[in-house]
Design a protein around this ligand. Structure first.
Ligand code: FEO
Length: 166
């Protein structure tokens, strides 16, 4: 059985994953409206789906452990990107925030000796490590490319292949 505090913090994580999913959906839609960003568009649509899966996994865990999973109310995502670099900086910042939030829950699971939740969270810890690494790598590449249009063309093509290879 989850403690009330654990139930609350896990439901907060459900909301964070749902917000990530909607933000990435907005990013995908933004990219789709720009010329020639087909790879980036597919990347963020897929990323949005992944976050939805993260959200549902948490929601069902809360219910399985005797808590009540809350489907959250969400704000409309703001879309203020001027460049692809800008888009990917937001992506990295969002993943860093999610990692921090997961670590806070791991910390609580230790303090409460809730080893089932601690065990459950290991999947998220690994997932966040991978997502942050991928977001950092993509940001590094974009920094190298700068405003070079042919570099951006190749970046978009590569990110499409990255998704198909998974
Ligand atoms: Fe589920 Fe990328 O955080």
């Amino acid at each position: 059985m989850l403690s009330k505090e654990m139930e609350k913090i896990l439901n907060n994580q459900v909301k964070l994953e749902a917000e990530s999913s909607m933000n990435y959906l907005a990013m995908a839609s933004w990219a789709e409206c720009q010329p020639g960003l087909d790879g980036i568009t597919e990347f963020f649509y897929a990323q949005s789906e992944e976050e939805r899966i993260h959200m549902i996994k948490l929601l069902r865990y809360i219910n399985e452990r005797g808590g009540t999973g809350q489907v959250p109310e969400l704000k409309k995502p703001s879309v203020k990107y001027k460049t692809v670099q800008d888009l990917f900086k937001h992506f990295l910042a969002s993943e860093i925030a999610v990692t921090k939030s997961i670590y806070d829950i791991v910390d609580l699971s230790f303090r409460e000796k809730d080893f089932a939740t601690h065990n459950f969270l290991q999947w998220y810890v690994t997932e966040q490590m991978e997502e942050e690494k991928s977001a950092r790598d993509l940001n590094d590449k974009l920094e190298m490319i700068g405003s070079d249009k042919s570099g951006l063309y190749l970046f978009d093509r590569d990110i499409m292949n990255l998704r198909t290879a998974e």
